[in-house]
Design a protein around this ligand. Sequence first.
Ligand code: GLU
Length: 293
Amino acid sequence: MSAVFRFAPSPNGLLHLGHAYSALLNADLAAASQGRLLLRIEDIDTTRCKPEFEQAIHDDLAWLGIDYERPVRRQSEHFDAYRDALARLDAMGLIYPAFLSRAEIRAATGIPDWPRDPDGAPLYPGVDRDRPRAEAEARIAAGAPYALRLRMDEAMRRAGPLTFTEAGAGPAGEHGVLPARPELWGDVILARKEVPTSYHLSVVVDDALQGVTHVVRGQDLFQATSVHRLLQALLGLPEPLYHHHGLIRDATGRKLSKSDGDAGLAALRAAGVTPDEIRQRIGLRRHQPTPST
Ligand code: GLU
C-alpha cells in the first residue's frame, strides 16, 4: 500500500513561504516514498474563503512544480459527511449545544489562572453542559446562536488513553510515540450554528475518507493532533503518522501570516524569484527526483 500525503490549505488568503515549505515537504516526502500527494481545499468557512484564493493555490503550486492528484477534495462540498460524523458523536451522548458568546465566555472566565487552551483561548466554563436537551432545542428553534461542543471528560473516558506518533518534532522537540492530551482544549467546538462542522472534525473525517497515511503540517497544529486522535478513536478511524515541521518566520521572528504580502508566493513570483530560490530561502534542498527502482 503506498503512502498518502496531503497539503490542506484554506483559501482565505494568499499562500506564503510557510505554505510553500509545507507543500514542498509533502511533495518531497511523497516522492521519496513513491507515495501519493493530495491537495485538499479546506473551505468550510464559506464567508472568508474566496474562489480567487483557491485559484491562486493551484497557480502557486503549479509554479512550484508540485503535482497532485485530481479531483481535488473541497470541504464545502462535503458538509453531509461531517454532519454524519457529528450525528454519531451525538448518538454517543458526547455533544451539547453551548450558548455563551465569546464576550460572555471572557466575562465568565476572567479570573486569575483560568486555564487556557494551547491557542490561548480560555477553556469553556461548562455552562450549558447540564441543560435539558428539550430546553436547548427550544432555544435553537428560537434562533439563538450556539456552538456544538464535545463533552471532553466523557469523550476521554470512552476512548481511554491515546498516543500519536510524531515523525517530525513538536515545538519543544517532542518526537516518537507521545501521549495525546486532548484535555488541554476543554470542551472543543465541533460545529456552529452557521458552519455545521469545525476544522478538527472535518480534518479527521477527510484524512480517513481519503486514506491519508502521513499528515505533514506546521508545528502550529501540533497540539491539535491530540483532539484529532480523540475524534479518530471515537469514530473508529485509522491513525495516520504525524510529521510537524518548523514554521517559517519573518525578520522579527513572528510566524508568517496571510497578510504578510512580502512573503506571499504570488508577490515573490512577480518579483522574479524562482522556485529554486524559494527552496533555498526555506532551507529545502533542490529537489532530486528519486530514481524508480
Ligand atoms: N487548513 C489548515 C491550515 O491551513 C491545515 C490543516 C492540516 O494540515 O491539518 O492551516
